[in-house]
Design a protein around this ligand. Structure first.
Ligand code: GLN
Length: 533
């Protein structure tokens, strides 16, 4: 493959956070990909944690896991879902990682007695990471986390400035995402916050080429000219981004406003026509579903919906493929008891028990699973959800009254115990089994029918596992071990005989669900739920 002349697009945000930089980056990436270019997207996060693996999902949202086992920001999930390209640990960088590396080098004496400083040592390390995919992709999109003006992101912005100088204007582009509020009492859209934000960018030596303006009202010509004039941006490069019904519509609305063409013009690159046919069909299916299906999502991080981002998106994909809107009912596992479980789950056509850590909410999850098993409601258990299903079955079907998990430090029959490899701290920095591993699937199972394959590969993030000492007794009572690691030592998928759809997986299928294509297990689960009256 010939080396590529890589072009860099930096995306920063202004005015306020949560404007959807991740979706904007993923959408632009998709447009350029659909023009035949190879694209990757990276995220640079200003926090000092080395990765979000140790952060509470209530604060930071879901931890996304890549094939190579990096625990990273949930925006990486958007990139993969939109682009249908697997990222690596290099796609997610935090300030913590950068400093960690520079400080380690300093301790090893690699700076030869020099004073180690933000400029150039930290910025050099940031630039090294920003250009790690140089010559490998046509386009590298780099999203800078946080809002312009934050103290934390200054070294990132300085690195962007330096790279723009080094690579020149034909190879670098700055896109700034801002907010243009509508003030009711004045009956006007206000451009001042955008002007201030751009001013701040300019003070850092960065001139935006394109402004993406998030707004609830269409921006009229007059306001556009004003923004262009005050912000020193061409008028056609002031692009409004209106609220969309679904995030998957954003690429289409950006294409309507010629974002991809403007980017290519500025880079002096020509490509074939854009192909958004399949994508458009996918979005139409999301917007005009024929059916509705009620699915309960049982977890304990329900206050922040971003904690289950990939699961929710996997349902959007699988729903679209089944022509259905998946209506999620959030159920807090801590509120479930044996007496209220039936009424809480009334009307549910499918039940998903979510991943999680620690003992809080476990007994509620087990009650939910018992109900799903007995009432033959389609059940999908992911990671902790699968482990709880094993405990429930061991207790209530196999008669192991003390069945428990070592994670919860109770009980005698530890049907879920610590993985042997997790007993030693690994040099990867964590103590979890992380990333993609192959799994062999037994024929004649739901999993085999869904995947249509004998071997699959899925991503993991766990410390505990099915205790093999209980394989035989659980199998004898009607549990099927439908997926195991190729060396047969790890149970990866469980199912039940005499149940229409009961699947527990030790891995996280949600990380591999992609827009348009969906994930085989989610597609099959939604289909089974649609059949449940
Ligand atoms: N806490 C469980 C474990 O470590 C499950 C983890 C998860 O659900 N991601 O194995």
């Amino acid at each position: 493959m010939a080396a590529k002349k890589t072009k860099y697009i930096f995306i920063s945000g202004g005015v306020l956070s949560s404007l959807g930089k991740g979706i904007a980056s993923a959408s632009l990436g998709l447009l350029l990909k659909q023009r035949g270019l190879s694209v990757t997207i990276m995220k640079f996060d200003p926090y000092i944690n080395v990765d979000p693996g140790t952060m509470n999902p209530q604060q930071h949202g879901e931890v996304y896991v890549t094939d190579d086992g990096a625990e990273c920001d949930l925006d990486l999930g958007h990139y993969e879902r939109f682009l249908d390209v697997d990222g690596t640990r290099a796609n997610s960088v935090s300030t913590g990682q950068v400093y960690f590396e520079v400080i380690q080098r300093e301790r090893q004496g690699q700076y030869l007695g020099k004073t180690v400083q933000v400029i150039p040592h930290i910025t050099d390390e940031i630039k090294r990471r920003m250009t790690i995919y140089d010559k490998m992709f046509d386009i590298v999109i780099i999203e800078i986390g946080g809002t312009v003006g934050d103290i934390e992101s200054l070294p990132f912005m300085e690195s962007v400035r330096q790279l723009c100088m080094e690579k020149g204007p034909k190879s670098t582009l700055n896109i700034h995402l801002t907010y243009v509020p509508y003030i009711k009492s004045a009956g006007e859209l206000k451009t001042k916050p955008t002007q201030h934000s751009v001013k701040m960018l300019m003070e850092m030596g960065i001139r935006p080429d394109i402004l993406l303006c998030r707004t609830e009202q269409a921006i009229n010509k007059e306001s556009k000219s004003k923004i262009a004039l005050f912000c020193n941006v061409e008028e056609d490069s002031v692009i409004e981004v209106l609220d969309a019904d679904t995030i998957y519509e954003v690429p289409m609305s950006l294409a309507k406003r010629n974002l991809d063409q403007i980017v290519l013009r500025k880079f002096s690159v020509s490509t074939g026509k854009i192909d958004l046919d399949t994508w458009t069909k996918f979005v139409n299916r999301i917007k005009q579903p024929k059916y509705t299906v009620n699915i309960a999502l049982v977890g304990k991080y329900n206050q922040v919906k971003d904690s289950y981002k990939s699961i929710l998106e996997a349902f959007v994909h699988a729903g679209a493929i089944n022509n259905a809107k998946v209506d999620i009912t959030w159920i807090d596992s801590e509120s479930i008891t044996r007496t209220n479980v039936a009424s809480v789950l009334k009307g549910m056509q499918g039940i998903l028990v979510a991943p999680g850590f620690g003992s809080r909410g476990i007994e509620g999850k087990i009650e939910v699973i018992k109900h799903a098993r007995e009432q033959k409601i389609p059940f999908f258990g992911i990671c902790l959800g699968m482990q709880c299903a094993v405990i429930e079955f061991a207790r209530n079907v196999a008669g192991l009254k003390d069945a428990h998990s070592a994670e919860f430090k109770k009980g005698k029959d530890l049907v879920i115990h610590l993985m042997s490899a997790q007993k030693q701290v690994t040099d990867k920095g964590g103590t979890m089994r992380l990333g993609s591993y192959p799994c062999t699937i037994r024929k004649g199972t739901i999993a085999h029918a869904a995947y249509g394959a004998d071997t699959i590969s899925e991503r993991h993030r766990h410390r505990y596992e099915f205790n093999n000492a209980y394989r035989k007794s659980l199998e004898d009572h009607g549990m099927k071990l439908s997926g195991v690691s190729p060396d047969t030592t790890l149970v990866e998928i469980i199912e039940l005989k005499n149940h229409p759809w009961f699947v527990g997986v030790q891995f996280h299928p949600e990380y591999k669900s992609r827009a348009v294509k969906g994930h085989p297990l989610f597609i099959s689960f939604v289909k089974a739920a649609l059949l449940k009256k």
